[in-house]
Design a binder for this molecule. Structure first.
Ligand code: F6R
Length: 369
């Protein structure tokens, strides 16, 4: 049932193009209107939403962090993202005009469930983004958008994450549509770009041999650091989480802009640093800043592993290892940039002799607080 792969995780990584495409299937009509029919919140209420609050744990939380960039950019509605385990213990400001989005692959995560119950008690509407039909979280929510990743067996989340991103982008576009901040042309174009990213993931998957080789060469290291900016920041966090849980290595993700505020002190000779580079297109100021960061850490001895868009030549002189990802709109880059980090973690875990599908101390769904 592993379909010829050694591990479920490898199979699930390989299934990502299909998972993304399936989650997009039938969401937009010829007129460029999104019809998220499972989303049973009346448009009048969606128009009234004055705040979006995303609650989730672990990898799903990283999807939520990325969603914040899309929601605020596309809809101009303020969006908060919070770890579900922190949410209800701090008396969050909610009410009927807050739309709470609970993101959960399993739909059974206790912290996320308790957060959504708290939100509903405060009169907020809750939308679940979930991969498991009929699970507790979607059952207790006002609305649900199912991701169509298919069953995810490996404990470490891969294809569910990519489909959570797709679902979050769709909800953000839907909010933009209902509130009139996005034209139907724009929505159609964004959905087209989302579909193209499924091909992008396929392309990334076909170029992973050097990443595996690199991972094997790092098997005896203790630490790997990850840097990113904008939507690349949560991607860095996700890369680090994957490495912790699978390779049992000390891995940390940082916002690249924070380097000088502390983390740069960790840089020493030979420490591998994976840097997720934003697109250089449109003269992105963030791109230039991150290129300087790469120079700074390399000058201090870091071994740089650079994840950069095809055609980005500015990074080449400073990359000890270069991982190319296809060109995407800047907000969608996580769909392609996360994939090499999954492969990297999986291969490192294998090289270290770890159980890839069942990492120590972890369970697939965390049904206790
Ligand atoms: C990491 C991982 C976990 C889950 C988290 C939430 O690879 O799988 O961090 O993302 O436990 O689980 P769900 O999405 O089922 O609520």
């Amino acid at each position: 049932e592993k379909g010829g792969y050694d591990y479920f995780m490898l199979k699930e990584i390989a299934e990502q193009p299909k998972a993304v495409a399936d989650t997009l299937l039938g969401r937009v009509d010829d007129a460029g209107r999104l019809s998220l029919d499972e989303l049973r919140i009346p448009p009048e209420e969606v128009r009234e939403v004055d705040k979006v609050v995303i609650v989730a744990c672990g990898t799903a939380f990283h999807a939520g962090m990325i969603a914040k960039y899309a929601v605020e950019h596309w809809t101009r509605v303020p969006c908060e993202v919070e770890l579900a385990s922190e949410f209800r213990y701090r008396d969050p400001i909610l009410g009927p005009r807050a739309l709470v989005i609970a993101v959960s692959q399993s739909g059974e995560t206790m912290d996320t469930l308790m957060a959504l119950r708290h939100a509903r008690e405060q009169g907020s509407k809750v939308l679940a983004i979930c991969n498991t039909n009929g699970a507790t979280i979607p059952r207790e929510s006002d609305a649900v958008l199912y991701t169509h990743a298919g069953p995810e067996v490996a404990v470490a989340s891969t294809k569910a994450f990519l489909t959570q991103l797709v679902a979050c982008y769709l909800v953000a576009l839907y909010l933009g549509q209902v509130r009139g901040t996005r034209s139907s042309d724009d929505i159609r174009e964004q959905v087209r770009e989302l579909s193209r990213s499924a091909d992008g993931v396929e392309r990334v998957l076909s170029t992973m041999e050097p990443v595996r080789e690199l991972a094997r060469s790092l098997a005896s290291h203790d630490t790997v650091l990850f840097l990113g900016r904008h939507v690349g920041y949560p991607v860095a966090l996700e890369g680090a989480l994957k490495l912790k849980e699978l390779a049992y290595m000390h891995a940390e993700g940082f916002a690249a802009g924070e380097l000088k505020h502390g983390p740069i002190a960790l840089i020493e000779e030979g420490v591998p640093v994976v840097v997720v580079v934003p697109s250089p297109r449109g003269g992105s100021v963030l791109h230039d800043k991150i290129v300087s960061n790469i120079q700074e850490i390399r000058a201090r001895g870091a071994r740089t592993v650079v994840v950069a868009e095809e055609g980005d030549e500015a990074v080449v002189p400073y990359a000890d290892h270069l991982i190319r990802v296809p060109v995407t709109p800047p907000l969608l880059q996580p769909l392609v940039a996360t994939v090499p980090l999954q492969v990297f973690a999986c291969e490192l875990a294998t090289a270290r002799g770890n159980e890839v599908d069942q990492p120590r101390n972890l369970a697939k769904s965390v049904t206790v607080e």
